[in-house]
Design a binder for this molecule. Structure first.
Ligand SMILES: [Zn+2]
Length: 154
């Protein structure tokens, strides 16, 4: 119960952090970022496919884009989609730290497109991060280019 509450509250908090001071609607982050943020914050990794199972799933579905799922893929492979969202967000936090997440949200709040705020806050183009997240098997140590020592963390 409290896990589900934490998940939903994280969604609510994210939208609050995205809300521009002068009203209006900010761009919605991609599904993996929204669901990954809520799932990681609520500590729901144990509910998701294990990393090895997720990697195996991807090996057997090489053309399926779990981070940008079609409505059809989302509908029939929800478990894999949520697992990928969780692992991608977890990877982003491992590589860049909590502050980068807040900086992305702040960038969108001040009117930047999500993709531009992401690149500015993380030093990495969004599409490049997504592709490398999948290629590396969501592993911070396999991620290329490797992070300089001391980066990431809080
Ligand atoms: Zn959710």
């Amino acid at each position: 119960m409290s896990e589900l509450l934490a998940h939903e509250l994280t969604h609510a908090l994210m939208y609050q952090l995205l809300q521009p001071a002068d009203g209006g609607f900010p761009e919605e982050p991609p599904l993996w970022f929204r669901e990954g943020m809520a799932s990681v914050t609520a500590g729901q990794g144990h509910r998701r496919l294990a990393l090895d199972d997720l990697r195996r799933w991807q090996d057997t579905h090489p053309t399926a884009d779990l981070l940008r799922p079609s409505p059809e893929l989302y509908r029939i492979e929800k478990e894999a989609v949520y697992a990928a969202a969780h692992r991608a967000f977890e990877l982003l936090v491992a590589l860049r730290g909590d502050q980068a997440i807040l900086d992305v949200l702040r960038g969108v709040r001040s009117g930047a497109r999500f993709e531009d705020a992401f690149a500015a806050a993380t030093g990495q183009p969004l599409a490049g991060f997504e592709a490398e997240a999948v290629r590396s098997g969501y592993s911070p140590t396999s991620f290329r280019p490797p992070l300089p020592l001391g980066a990431g963390g809080d």
